[in-house]
Design a protein around this ligand. Structure first.
Ligand SMILES: NC(=O)c1ccc[n+]([C@@H]2O[C@H](COP(=O)([O-])OP(=O)(O)OC[C@H]3O[C@@H](n4cnc5c(N)ncnc54)[C@H](OP(=O)(O)O)[C@@H]3O)[C@@H](O)[C@H]2O)c1
Length: 320
């Protein structure tokens, strides 16, 4: 099969297509024929060599994909050959024509959800769900600021929050992106590229601030975020690419909570409940992954350039 291989950490060009042997499923494993693979920022951090977790070289990047079950190993009974699935991790890498998964990394893809959309589910929707409901304990009627709403996690957070009855304010850096955020269910949008954009929250919340912030770029926004949280507000750091100085008094004076999310820290029972919630949303149509760009598998390097370039518009997926 064709797979993208990384033989040294470095710029996007270190990702090259190669012919590699087809993996074979062992006990309790499933082999998935990949129809689309999701690009996540973490794939680019890992490839660059700057991320805390480094895979052994050479490796095939990617954790998210959707496709069809091609083979199952002994004792694997959750899915059958020919079933449409999305995956939440793989031992052989998602940027490939086939991916070898543990049985519990394979989930049914509801009818009506395309393979490209399926590749956009795992990290974005799981992260957004965990941030909103497992960490921030969002309740219907509360107000949430999705700070960075145009990309993978942001779009998922907007759809999830809206479906749960929250008032949703989303930010984007482009006009086109902000239009997308409105179409996904936000009540209004702000431009995070404009200085002082959070002042726009005052008229929207009657000056009381927002109950929840889901933050995609904490190293830029954390200090100002803390000043627009309501009393008892909760802020969840999803993304951060550096350091920032804050005033702890802003947390104290609001009895606010600042937390982080990291998918790998999820307990088994939390994942089971999260998967059930995502399945329900995908089946009833409240969750509709947005795929802005489909790129051939062999052009993975270009996909990494684009995900780090800004101007997000939903997800970028690779198509073998
Ligand atoms: N902790 C975890 O477990 C976890 C899981 C998933 C993702 N993440 C991290 O979360 C971040 C978002 O992930 P993603 O998959 O949604 O990435 P993405 O699809 O590339 O989207 C990036 C988002 O950040 C926005 N952004 C850019 N400048 C911003 C600013 N000044 N203020 C607020 N937002 C800004 C972008 O908006 P425009 O392009 O419109 O400017 C876009 O909405 C990444 O840093 C990723 O590594 C962490």
């Amino acid at each position: 099969m064709k797979a993208i291989r990384v033989r040294e950490f470095g710029p996007p060009e270190v990702m090259k297509p190669e012919d590699v042997p087809d993996p074979a499923p062992g006990p309790k494993q499933v082999l998935v024929k990949v129809k689309a693979a999701g690009i996540n920022p973490v794939d680019a951090y890992v490839r660059s060599g700057s991320y805390a977790r480094k895979p052994a070289l050479p490796y095939t990047p990617g954790s998210d994909a959707a496709g069809v079950v091609e083979a199952v190993g002994a004792g694997a009974s959750r899915v059958a050959i020919g079933e449409r699935v999305y995956i939440s991790g793989t031992s052989t890498g998602a940027y490939a024509e086939k991916a070898l998964c543990e049985e519990n990394q394979v989930h049914r893809l509801p009818d009506g959800v395309t393979f490209a959309q399926g590749a956009a589910i795992n990290i974005p929707y799981a992260t957004a769900y965990r941030a909103l409901f497992q960490i921030a304990k969002a309740m219907p009627g509360e107000t949430v600021l999705v700070h960075g709403a145009t990309g993978g996690v942001g779009v998922a957070a907007v759809q999830l929050a809206r479906a749960a009855g929250l008032i949703v304010i989303g930010t984007g850096g482009t006009e086109r992106g902000r239009e997308l955020v409105m179409q996904q269910g936000a009540h209004c949008t702000l431009d995070h590229g404009k200085g002082g954009h959070l002042e726009g929250l005052d008229p929207l919340t009657g000056g009381r601030g927002v109950d929840i912030i889901v933050e995609m770029l904490a190293n830029v926004n954390l200090d100002t975020d803390l000043k627009v949280l309501a009393t008892k507000g909760r802020l969840v750091v999803v993304g951060s690419r550096g350091r920032i100085e804050i005033d702890p008094r802003d947390i104290m004076s609001r009895e606010a909570m600042v937390s982080g999310v990291l998918l790998f820290k999820m307990a088994e029972h939390e994942e089971a409940s999260l998967r059930a919630a995502l399945s329900a949303g995908l089946e009833n149509g409240t969750l509709r992954p947005v795929v802005g760009q489909e790129i051939p598998l062999t052009a993975a390097a270009e996909a990494h350039l684009r995900i780090m370039a800004g101007g997000a518009f939903g997800k970028i997926v690779l198509v073998p």
